[in-house]
Design a protein around this ligand. Structure first.
Ligand SMILES: [Zn+2]
Length: 552
């Protein structure tokens, strides 16, 4: 049970939370650029991504970059015009296929290139895109992303990309829509010779050049979302260990600034117990082949696939604070736990449209509670997730608008987590709940999904149609309220403040006796043993309200 009054506190969660005020206020009309960005346009639909080879030279002295991306794709149906995205002020200088330069036009961030070679269904072709310029500088990374150019405490350059909100096309040319992930990727980053680049996947090798620069070649052997691709350049030291996990040996590699090694060796001891908890609840880490890395970055953190970036100051909590107010948030390093939780929900299971972003943030928010549950018990997890309700605004639905690159409310975190916690109560069976979470990661392994697929899977797993429950919590802002009244030896009850047909089962205590009600939006009545003072208490783990219609 919760009070019907909600106070919001100005918490800005990390990893992908870029909801500034403008986002909240703007119930915007969408532009042609929004559609080009957010929809599967005709110029995107006919080809399926197979592989990227991204090569970028990073010029620290003038904050510029120059490079190319080889895009390999399979022709799904005939098409001669291809859309590739790159944001201003970067410029594409050349498109080539089979060594021939091609004509192209630019419309904002979308480039339309006309292919000369006939594109035949089933063929696998390459285009090479060359580009250069000074990329957008991140104003408030990772929320307001781009490049971050800074220096460490020894004055050495410390450079990184972050781009979930703004989009990966802020620094490299690609098919910048989440529905189509490349199956594998090679990332070759050229840096000054005294610095190192850490990107995604495994380091294949380093090329040394006569001008003193080095190229760091990383290979990702699994599908990867565009926004997970990243550059981190610094004076890194490396240490590592092996995790004996569900799928065998998983390499854990840590890259931190030279002066922080000692602190990192201590703080990163949290990684193995975290993996114990997450593999228990979610199944095997989804990218054994690419390894797991924690990489220090000059901003708070981000769920970059197989190279989770870290900037939480080597202390527990969220920059030392407990977002739940329960005390439990200080038992773990928020960035290590939260951003790694995304390896299952964001990187393994990825939204096919950013409107469904609650799938990333709701489950990952809940992963914090499940971590606590595993190591500190269910009561700790319950207190944590209930505490997070302070951060819920109920300002807009969790679901955004599809096809126009539009996100839902910032409530995708705390309300998403509380929706899942509520569903766990409905399951009332932690082995079913665990099997549902593991089942999601098996069923949608390395896939991009729509929210509806996740919703249907959970309904099927529970053997209970939860579609109205999802409609309520994802597509509406109201908190359902259990309305009830005791009168003449009976209890009447129904869901109020709810979508038509809302049918969440709920555990209550009536005059000291635990029972499960199956309320709908119509009145139901049950006999109760009359007491002098009748009392109904809703299990506080449900994110619902309650209201005694005849109460004082
Ligand atoms: Zn997140």
């Amino acid at each position: 049970m919760i009070s019907i009054k909600f106070r919001s506190i100005p918490i800005f969660l990390v990893c992908s939370l870029f909801f500034g005020l403008t986002e909240v206020i703007a119930q915007q009309e969408f532009s042609r650029q929004d559609t080009l960005r957010g929809s599967i346009t005709e110029e995107r639909a006919w080809w399926d991504l197979n592989y990227y080879h991204l090569e970028v030279k990073v010029n620290i002295e003038d904050s510029s970059i120059a490079g190319s991306n080889l895009i390999r794709y399979t022709v799904l149906e005939p098409g001669q015009t291809m859309q590739v995205d790159l944001q201003e002020p970067l410029e594409i200088t050349d498109f080539q296929q089979d060594g021939e330069s091609l004509d192209f036009v630019r419309e904002g961030s979308a480039f339309f290139v006309t292919l000369e070679k006939k594109q035949v269904t089933g063929d696998v072709n390459d285009v090479v895109v060359e580009y250069a310029g000074k990329p957008v500088v991140a104003e408030n990374p990772p929320w307001d992303g781009g490049f971050t150019w800074t220096a460490d405490s020894n004055g050495k350059p410390f450079v990184a990309t972050s781009n979930q909100g703004i989009g990966s096309s802020v620094w490299w040319p690609n098919k910048d829509h989440p529905y189509d992930e490349t199956d594998s990727m090679r990332i070759s980053i050229t840096t000054p010779g005294d610095l190192m680049d850490v990107s995604n996947g495994r380091l294949e090798g380093v090329d040394e050049h006569s001008d003193g620069t080095k190229t760091w070649n990383w290979f990702v052997s699994n599908p990867i979302n565009n926004y997970g691709v990243n550059i981190n350049i610094g004076d890194y030291v490396h240490f590592g260990e092996i995790y004996d996990g569900e799928k065998g040996e998983l390499t854990l590699d840590y890259y931190v600034l030279r002066d922080n090694e000692e602190k990192a060796r201590k703080q990163f001891k949290q990684v193995k117990p975290m993996l114990d908890a997450f593999e228990h609840w979610f199944g095997p880490y989804p990218f054994y082949e690419d390894g797991y890395k924690l990489v220090e970055a000059p901003y708070l953190g981000m769920e970059h696939q197989s190279s989770v970036t870290y900037g939480n100051g080597y202390e527990n909590g969220y920059l030392g604070r407990d977002l739940s107010g329960s005390g439990w948030g200080l038992k773990f390093d928020f960035i290590i736990i939260h951003e790694t939780g995304h390896e299952w929900f964001a990187n393994n299971i990825t939204y096919a449209d950013v409107a469904d972003m609650w799938v990333h943030e709701g489950f990952t928010n809940y992963s914090e509670s499940l971590y606590l549950d595993y190591h500190f018990g269910t009561q700790a997890a319950n207190e944590y997730v209930q505490g997070l309700r302070l951060g819920i605004n109920n300002d807009r639905p969790l679901m955004g608008t599809h096809g126009v690159y539009h996100r839902g409310s910032g409530d995708i975190y705390n309300k998403g987590g509380n929706l899942l916690h509520t569903l766990r109560q409905v399951a009332d069976d932690d082995s079913l709940w665990r099997e549902t979470l593991r089942g999601l990661n098996r069923e949608f392994y390395h896939q991009t999904v729509h929210s509806k697929q996740i919703e249907n899977f959970i309904s099927e797993s529970f053997g209970h149609d939860l579609s109205k429950v999802f409609d309520q919590y994802l597509r509406d802002t109201r908190i359902p309220t259990l309305e009830y009244a005791f009168r003449n030896g009976s209890l009447s009850y129904r869901w109020g403040n709810a979508v038509s047909g809302f049918n969440l089962p709920v555990d209550v205590t009536v005059n000291g006796k635990d029972i499960r009600l199956n309320p709908t939006t119509g009145w139901q009545r049950m006999e109760v043993e009359e007491k002098e003072t009748n009392q109904l208490v809703v299990d506080p783990n449900y994110y619902v309200g309650s209201f005694d219609l005849l109460g004082e």
